[in-house]
Unconditional design. Sequence first.
Length: 324
Amino acid sequence: MDSDALDTFLTVHRRGGISNAAKVLHRSQPAISRRIALLEQELGVPLFERIAGRTLLSDAGRVLVPYAERAVAAAQDAEQAIRALTKQNSGPVSLAVTGTLADSRLSEIMKGFARAQPDVALTLRTATSTEVSDLIRRGEATIGLRYNVDRSADLACEPILTERLQVVCAPDHPLAGERVRRLAELREQRWIAFPEIPGRREIAASHVFALFLTQGLGEVEWTPVDSLTAQKRLVESGFGLALLAQSHVAEEMVSGTMSTIAVGDLSASHDVVVVTRRSGFLSMAARQLLEAIRRDYSAVGAVVAGRPRKRRTARKTRARRRAA
């Protein structure tokens, strides 16, 4: 088995058939079919099955996938390592991040890196946390940023920031800036949360209803919204409450377009984790970007940890409005 054969096998699997793989690999369909046939002949088992007009993995194919991914990624590592001998600060660096982490903080990191490394081709992809891990595992991304540690043995995960999650609301909400003793007191409120997508599970805390279920409070009325920006605009407009990280609403809190509700029995947080492939090759440029990410997120964590709480701001704002 060579890496080209395994890459062809993976492309047919991911693209759902010979014809789509041929377009991606810029080869003819007979050439792709022949490559798969030779690999199946070498292994002595069929790797695909045709079921109801669809090309699906056989049992042997499913077993082969993770090994093929590691082999192809290792071949890419070898190629990059050789190229790095001649040019230490050039070449491609691919960053994969969970969508909600593609914020202004990341933009500043990338801008600084681009200024320091003008010859490096830096690309960015957004995905769910699970997809970020898959992209790193397959060698399609160099560095990943996701929520919470992936326990897979082939990934190296390093928590770089723990963010507290808080209940946010419109500044004119009756409970803005107030404190309630129990989460149960917010059960009748409408909530806004990320949707549940089968097979693409995100952090449980992003689905706020899960918190009510774990506390035995039953389900709540909620609206699924798959965009963080849209969630914030809906909250600001008074359409519901949301459970969001402090960094996600920092600008809105400063501008006064959003407020918080403190909840006595709520303790929710998530870790921001940087992900690389265990034992995978990182170029000099990739290591410099990784260090920049660590440094910036560590600095943010120190600021958040030392920030004084200002829960009464919204109450004072409403009082000033009434007085006016």
